[in-house]
Design a protein around this ligand. Structure first.
Ligand code: FAD
Length: 442
C-alpha cells in the first residue's frame, strides 16, 4: 500500500511540501486540507493587489487546485482539520456538510499564522481590517471602492504597514502610521529607520512613534483611533501589528511549542511527535548567527521549510539550517532591507560589536539615475565576522543586502570581504560599490 501524506494548510509551506513530496516519491498518496477559499496564493503580493498594481486575484495564484490534481495531489478546500489523533494516525476534518475521519502515515502541519487582533474597544467596527488572506484583501478592496476613505490609519510600522502605506497613498488617501515602538521598522536600528521616517513625512505621511493605540472610535463604521496621546481621525484602519502562529491544533495533542508559541521543529522539520512535521509561519526556526531558536515568519522561510518537510515526509533526507532574518520592503521611492543582527539584537546577545554607517549612491555620481542610499554594517569586534547589514535608499539600493546575507551565511570576516570583486558600471553603482565602501570603514 502506498504511503499516505496529509498536509494541513495550502499557502506557501503546505503547497511547497506537497510539490516536493510528489517529486520525492511519485507513488505516495498526497492529500491537502485547507480551510481557506483560495490555495497557493502569494500573500506577499496582497498589498499591491489592494493598491491596484496587480489587477486580478488570479495573478496571485501560483497553482490552482486543478493543477495540483494533475500531479495527483488531492486538494480539499474550505475543509478544516479540527482534531489530530496521533495514537491512531487519524484526523477529524469538517467541510460544509459533515465531519469525518481520515488516516495518515505522515502528517505535515502548515497552518501558518493569523494577524494579531488586539482586544480593544471598537476593533470589530466596519472599516477596521487586518490583511492576511486573499479574502481579507478582497474585503478591503470592496470597502475602499464603496466608501472611498479619505484618511487611513495604519497601526504598525513594520513591512506590511509600510507596503500598505505606499498602496493606500496610490489610492489618494491621507495616511498616518502609528507605531508603539520608538521608531518604525522596529527590526532595524533607529538611525536607519529615521531616514525613512523623514522621507515619508516629506511625502505627507504622518508618523506617530512611541504611541500606543487604545481603541477605535465610531458607531457602525470606524471614525478614528484613540491612542495614549489623543485622537486621530481615520475612516479606515489597518491593524498590522504582527502575527501569532496557528499552533493550537498542535499544542492540543501535546506537540512541543517553542518561542512565541510556534511549533518546535528540528532542522528536518520534525516535531516532537514521530511522523508529524511542521513548516512555515506556524513553526520555529534557528538563527544562523546566534544559534538560538527564533520565530521570524516570512514567505521565504515558509517555502524552504515546506520543501524540507515534504521531502522528509516522502522518505527523502533534507534539512533547513535556519535564517538570518533577511527582509526587504519598498515604500514609494524608498527601499529598506536588513539581514543578520541589528545593534539591539547584538546588545541582547551581549556581543562585542562595532557598527559603521555610510552614505553613498545607487549609481555613479554623474549618472542621471544616481540617488542616495545609506548602508550600515555591524561586525564582531573580536572575530571580525560580519554580523549584520541594513540599507535604506532609492531604487537599486535594497537588493544589495543579498551580498551581505551571502557573506554572513558563509561566516565571512570583514577582512575577507573588503576586496570582493563586485560588479560596476555607471548605471549600477559608483566604482566603489556602497557595500565595499562600508566594508572599508572597518
Ligand atoms: P499561511 O500563509 O498562514 O497559510 C496557512 C494556511 O493554513 C491558511 O490558508 C490557513 O487558513 C490554513 N489553515 C490554518 N489552520 C487550518 C486548519 N486547522 N485546517 C485547515 N486549514 C488550516 N513574506 C516574505 O518573505 N516577503 C514579503 O514580501 C512578504 N510580504 C507579505 C505581505 C503580506 C500582506 C502578508 C500577509 C504576508 C507577507 N509575507 C511576506 C509573509 C508570507 O506571506 C508568509 O510568511 C507565508 O504566507 C506563510 O505561509 P504558510 O503556508 O506558512 O502560512
Amino acid at each position: 500500500m502506498s504511503q499516505k501524506i496529509v498536509i494541513i494548510g495550502g499557502v506557501a509551506a503546505g503547497t511547497s511540501a506537497a510539490a516536493k513530496a510528489r517529486r520525492t516519491n511519485p507513488d505516495c498518496e498526497i492529500t491537502l486540507y485547507t480551510d481557506d477559499q483560495d490555495i497557493s496564493y502569494a500573500g506577499c503580493g496582497l498589498p499591491y493587489f489592494v493598491g491596484g498594481g496587480i489587477a486580478a486575484k488570479e495573478n496571485l495564484i501560483a497553482r490552482t487546485a486543478a493543477e495540483f490534481q494533475q500531479e495527483h495531489i488531492t486538494v480539499n478546500m474550505m475543509t478544516r482539520v479540527e482534531e489530530i489523533k496521533p495514537e491512531s494516525c487519524k484526523l477529524v476534518v469538517r467541510d460544509f456538510v459533515k465531519s469525518y475521519e481520515v488516516g495518515y502515515d505522515r502528517l505535515i502541519i502548515a497552518t501558518g499564522a493569523r494577524p494579531l487582533k488586539p482586544n480593544l474597544p471598537g476593533v470589530d467596527l466596519n472599516g477596521v481590517f487586518t490583511l492576511r488572506s486573499l479574502q481579507d484583501s478582497l474585503r478591503m478592496k470592496e470597502y475602499l471602492a464603496q466608501k472611498h476613505p479619505k484618511t487611513i490609519a495604519i497601526v504598525g510600522g513594520g513591512y506590511i504597514g509600510l507596503e500598505m502605506a505606499e498602496n493606500f497613498a496610490q489610492l489618494g488617501c491621507q495616511i498616518c502610521i502609528i507605531e508603539k515602538s520608538p521608531h518604525i521598522i522596529p527590526n532595524m536600528d533607529e538611525d536607519m529607520a529615521q531616514i525613512l521616517t523623514e522621507y515619508l513625512e516629506s511625502k505627507g505621511i504622518a508618523i506617530h512613534t512611541g504611541e500606543a493605540v487604545e481603541g477605535l472610535i465610531g458607531e457602525d463604521c470606524v471614525k478614528g483611533v484613540r491612542t495614549d496621546r489623543g485622537e486621530l481621525a481615520a475612516d479606515c484602519v489597518l491593524l498590522a501589528i504582527g502575527v501569532i502562529p496557528n499552533s493550537e491544533l498542535a499544542s492540543s495533542i501535546g506537540l512541543q511549542l517553542g518561542t512565541k508559541n510556534a511549533i518546535w521543529v528540528n532542522s528536518q522539520m520534525e516535531t516532537s511527535v514521530e511522523h508529524i512535521y511542521a513548516a512555515g509561519d506556524c513553526a520555529t526556526t534557528m538563527h544562523l548567527i546566534s544559534g538560538k531558536e527564533v520565530y521570524i515568519p516570512l514567505g521565504t522561510t515558509a517555502n524552504k521549510q515546506g520543501k524540507v518537510a515534504g521531502a522528509n515526509a516522502a522518505g527523502g533526507h533534507a534539512a533547513f539550517k535556519g535564517v538570518l532574518g533577511t527582509g526587504i520592503a519598498r515604500v514609494m521611492e524608498m527601499e529598506v532591507s536588513r539581514t543578520g543582527l541589528s545593534e539591539n539584537e547584538c546588545k541582547a546577545l551581549e556581543l562585542n560589536f562595532v557598527s559603521k554607517r555610510i552614505k553613498s549612491h545607487t549609481a555613479a555620481g554623474y549618472a542621471p539615475e544616481s540617488k542616495e542610499m545609506y548602508l550600515k554594517l555591524i561586525a564582531d569586534q573580536n572575530s571580525g565576522r560580519l554580523l549584520g547589514g541594513q540599507i535604506v535608499g532609492y531604487a537599486g539600493s535594497a537588493k544589495r543586502i543579498d551580498t551581505l546575507a551571502a557573506a554572513i551565511h558563509l561566516g565571512a570576516t570583514m577582512e575577507q570581504l573588503t576586496d570582493m570583486d563586485l560588479a560596476y558600471a555607471p548605471p549600477f553603482s559608483p566604482v566603489w560599490d556602497p557595500v565595499l565602501i562600508a566594508l572599508n570603514q572597518f
